[in-house]
Design a protein around this ligand. Sequence first.
Ligand SMILES: Nc1ncnc2c1ncn2[C@@H]1O[C@H](COP(=O)(O)OP(=O)(O)OP(=O)(O)O)[C@@H](O)[C@H]1O
Ligand SMILES: [Mg+2]
Length: 365
Amino acid sequence: GICTEYNGNYSKFLQLKKSRMDAWNASYDAQEKKIKEERKWIQKFKLKQPQATKQRSAQLEKLIKSPEYVQKPPFVGKPFRFRFPDAPRLSPEVAEVKGLSHAYGDGANPLFEDSDLFIEKGDRIAIIGPNGSGKSTLLRILMGKEEPDKGAAEFIGSNVYPAYFEQNQADVLDLDKTVVDTVQGDSNGQSYNELRALLGQFLFKGDAVEKKVENLSGGEKARLSLCCMMLRESNLLILDEPTNHLDIPAKEMLEEALQHFDGSVVVISHDRYFISKVATTIVAIEDKKLVKYGGDYKFYMDKSKDFKAKVEARYFSGGARIGNAPVVDLEELNKPKKNFGGAKTANMVTRKDKGIKNAKRNKPS
Ligand SMILES: Nc1ncnc2c1ncn2[C@@H]1O[C@H](COP(=O)(O)OP(=O)(O)OP(=O)(O)O)[C@@H](O)[C@H]1O
Ligand SMILES: [Mg+2]
């Protein structure tokens, strides 16, 4: 710990302490920003100017070890609401799936046959379908990670900046970094205290933020990469089962942040509560086709009674937590609301606006 002496009475002391903490935080954040820029420069000119980059890199390392280096301020947990960075402007058309056919193996059981789907600006789509029906495959094809057998799934807007959260994230992290260094590397103007608050929400508290990524569990790695994804600037979030490793408070934070996000969202989830909170459109994989249901989850369930029975039986009855989740009154939720960030159509609500005021989530038993 560090010991500091203050002169004067107690309230003066508190005042001094606060301004001293503010100054400490500000100079630490400014320093980290500079270091980040310097590292970027070094990365960029490594090949072109090996001499200069080597020198600057050495200077940087020296600074970090010197007494001038501003140490991390202590983290003071404050109530905090996470918001995604503002989405860069998006054109009205975002992505299109056209005549998509795809099969694995001998091709006897295709996942998709001549499927179409159009994704527009402002869409908040939940993709649902049984296990193994091709949801993750669809997103991989859309992200250009896999070639389809026939047809296409691609972005059509000229300014689509996707942020993709893969179902299996473990491989994309740098194993040598610590947890806090990892999020600092992806930060987008957030202060150290904001980053710590975000990490705290994802259950990285106290010393845990100094853990090395290589020592994290699978769930911890998934939570950390979700943190990183939430910091990047994007106007299209593509999330493959983002809530799998989250506890209820973290899930609620993600729900709320998504409700206030002003870009488009495509999310795969088996969690109907989560879907009902974030999606305004359902896309179901039915008979190897993508069927789009305008409206929301409740609308979808009402319309497709058949599927409702299947869906309920298939994935929602088992888990105690989701099995008992309250049904959200989406009509209430979808009444015209105060306008957040200029988005007019999106289903954006604040906590007190929600039509589920009295609904409580049941804790997993
Ligand atoms: N590279 C691959 N080679 C062969 N088969 C594959 C490959 N990738 C996926 N599959 C198969 O394709 C089917 C669809 O997989 P996908 O991961 O897209 O399903 P999903 O709908 O995301 O399922 P889940 O809900 O379990 O995540 C599965 O039967 C899977 O085993
Ligand atoms: Mg999947």
